[in-house]
Design a protein around this ligand. Sequence first.
Ligand code: APR
Ligand code: ZN
Ligand code: ZN
Length: 360
Amino acid sequence: MRAAVFTETGGPLSIENIDPAPPGPRDVVVELGASGVCHSDLSLKNGYVGIMPGTVLGHEGAGTIAEVGKDVSGLKKGDRIIASFIPACGICWFCLHDQSHLCDTEFEIMMKQRGKRADGSEYSAMTGLGTFAEAMTCDQSSIVKIDTSVTDDQLALIGCGVTTGVGAALNTAQVHPGATVAVIGCGGVGQAVIQGARIAGASRIIAVDPVELKRKTAEQLGATDFVDPNAGDPVQQVQQLTSGRGVDYSFEVIGLPETTLQAFNMIRKGGTAVMVGMTRAEASVTLSTFDLFFNEKTLKGCKYGSGQVRRDFQRYADLIETGRLDTSAMVSRTIKLDEVNEAFRAMEAGEVIRSVITTF
Ligand code: APR
Ligand code: ZN
Ligand code: ZN
């Protein structure tokens, strides 16, 4: 089976044949229909967070079940699914308290060995998935069955970008009708935040990104105002667009300390800044505790859009099916598995919103 494997920090992924182990009793084998290439794949490849050589990358996928283990219930061969990059076990403390995005089984599932590479060494899979492959074997808690006519290339985006971005607006921030919103970083995830804010009824959605293509796409997807951070201080530009007050909600969707600080500084008194981007493991930021106290600001972390995947995945698929959520404008290119390294280059060059692998 062909897969794109991480072998060395900063180097290209290696396209190779791997030999998956037979599925365990709670495992499901999924034939992938599509896999999006997300910035987190690039960040792992570049050592933002340490991972083992011999990891199949990819965490944003949709496909069809090919085989189920003997103890799997509620799923069968032929079911269409979306992969959840955080498992939702359904029985840990967090799953039982409506916070499946913080599920306790995450690390245990992520570390599992899944089979052998051609040289005989074991491989594991990013977030317990590994969607840059013809097929993946994963725990049943990592997949959600979906009933939809939406094609896999669109559906795959629900696995990360849509759930993270739309969820940041709807679940984490709970943007209210008429709210003012700024989104710093308008890649695949940022465009989904913009759409979440639009769906929530925000009156003003300010897209902040240095790349013109990103600002143009943001306009198509519901942004009302545009800020080029290279044209002047983005905090001041956002304040000017909101009567000097600052926005009700800001979202950092890159993963950098300096833009996190900008997000905090551009909210109004009583506003909320949401940190969506994944930073380097060792990154930190210094902010004014006086500003936090005196202006009663909130800075919130946001993991996986605070998504409850067994509730939200079908909801997002329905929003796409009925045209309320536009994923087609987010898929810039459909590519082959062999082109994944080229997709990373295009991402870094700002040429694409998302590249999606549809041929494996
Ligand atoms: N100010 C504003 N925008 C910026 C800046 C900046 N200083 N620097 C970069 N950007 C923009 C880029 O131009 C790009 O459009 O941020 C965007 C990042 O988009 P992608 O690379 O497509 O990343 P995406 O897949 O959307 O992921 C964003 O969310 O899931 C996490 O790990 C992921 O941290 C990453 C973030
Ligand atoms: Zn992702
Ligand atoms: Zn759980």
